[in-house]
Design a protein around this ligand. Structure first.
Ligand code: PAF
Length: 355
């Protein structure tokens, strides 16, 4: 049996990425994906013809096996396997085993990793236009976010990511971000002043917390838990499902304030260098199933979010609901003055005016 390795992965578990085996047989039949609107990404005309080989792809993410990121990728893997009659396998690696989000995205751009589901904030380091989504309080509701991301603005972004050597397959969701800390209720910006808080590696998040007078420290999620446990930082911000699945209450996070300061979109990404080596029918299968997986992931997020809040409350976490969001919005306003120009004020207005 001929085995050919196309991707050189970072290390250890990442040592064999896209494997081809000469097993004969073709890819899947075509079916319209339900869920997100918008065209499929390039099943490119230059793609090689299917030569009957089999494919093993590795997909990574940073969360636990009970998080919607994982559940959606596992479902996608099952459906891809079924539709390709076992010729296309996707192996799913949780807990940053293939690298934290920024690292893994970089590996995708080099073609040393195949696929990921990731929040968008670290991806802006490779494709800056995504950064518009990080503006605080840009989205008031997830319905508004879905309209923007599934509409022209979001679909154009997915397509344009090829310019960064990434294939944007589908939107998914990380959720509205809320602040947790180990000591107090947070109701207004003053409550965050001086607080040492872990943020994502993203200049807008950093600027937003600086505008509140906090002391933000950007770091990868893989470092965040230790930093919380050792008191390097006192606080972090993430959706409730992350606080639940990572048991942040065991890392001194006794309070969660429902600030919802950023809607954290997620996306299913593929490496363009690897994609370009896949035959068109395999590309099409993956593109279709990724759209379904993104949609399924969002549905799981909606279902599990309330449960997550109830669950962490049951573990003793104090949930602060009466947050003065307008005061946070006002305090974070300087971020718009600093960054809007970079994305175009028209785009920012178009997104904010989408109802
Ligand atoms: O805070 C982060 O880095 C992200 O929200 C996380 C937890 C890795 C999920 O995408």
């Amino acid at each position: 049996m001929l085995r050919k390795k196309w991707s050189l992965l970072l290390s250890g578990i990442m040592s064999a990425s896209l494997l081809l085996t000469a097993c004969g047989g073709g890819g899947g039949q075509s079916a319209q994906p339900s869920g997100q609107t918008g065209g499929q990404p390039a099943a490119s005309s230059e793609a090689p013809k299917n030569d009957g080989q089999s494919y093993v792809l590795k997909a990574g993410h940073s969360l636990t096996e009970d998080h919607p990121y994982h559940l959606a990728l596992k479902k996608m893997a099952e459906d891809v396997d079924k539709r390709s009659n076992g010729k296309v396998k996707i192996e799913v690696y949780p807990l940053s085993q293939l690298g934290a989000e920024r690292e893994l995205t970089e590996a995708l751009t080099f073609g040393t990793a195949d696929m990921s589901i990731t929040s968008t904030a670290p991806v802006t380091n490779f494709y800056q236009k995504l950064g518009v989504l990080d503006l605080p309080f840009l989205f008031e509701s997830r319905e508004q976010a879905y309209k923007v991301l599934d509409g022209k603005v979001g679909q154009d972004m997915l397509k344009d990511m090829e310019s960064a050597n990434l294939i944007g397959l589908a939107w998914a969701e990380n959720g509205f971000r809320h602040i947790t800390n180990g000591s107090k209720d947070i109701k207004k910006p003053e409550d965050v002043a001086g607080m040492k808080i872990r943020t994502q590696e993203n200049p807008i998040h950093l600027a937003a917390f600086e505008a509140l007078g906090a002391k933000p420290t950007p770091m990868a999620w893989t470092e965040a838990l230790t930093a919380l446990q050792q008191g390097v930082v006192d606080a972090q911000e993430n959706p409730a499902i992350v606080a639940q699945t990572y048991k942040l209450y065991e890392s001194k996070q006794t309070h969660m304030a429902l600030t919802g300061h950023v809607y954290s979109a997620a996306m299913i990404l593929f490496s363009k260098p690897v994609w370009d080596k896949l035959p068109a029918d395999v590309q099409q299968l993956i593109a279709e199933e990724a759209k379904k997986a993104g949609q399924y992931e969002r549905e799981l997020m909606i279902k599990m979010e309330e449960e997550a809040i109830t669950n962490i409350k049951g573990k003793g976490v104090v949930i602060t609901e009466d947050v003065d969001k307008q005061a946070f919005r006002d305090a974070m306003k300087p971020v718009y003055d600093k960054f809007s120009g970079q994305f175009g004020k028209e785009l920012v207005d178009e997104i904010m005016n989408t109802k």
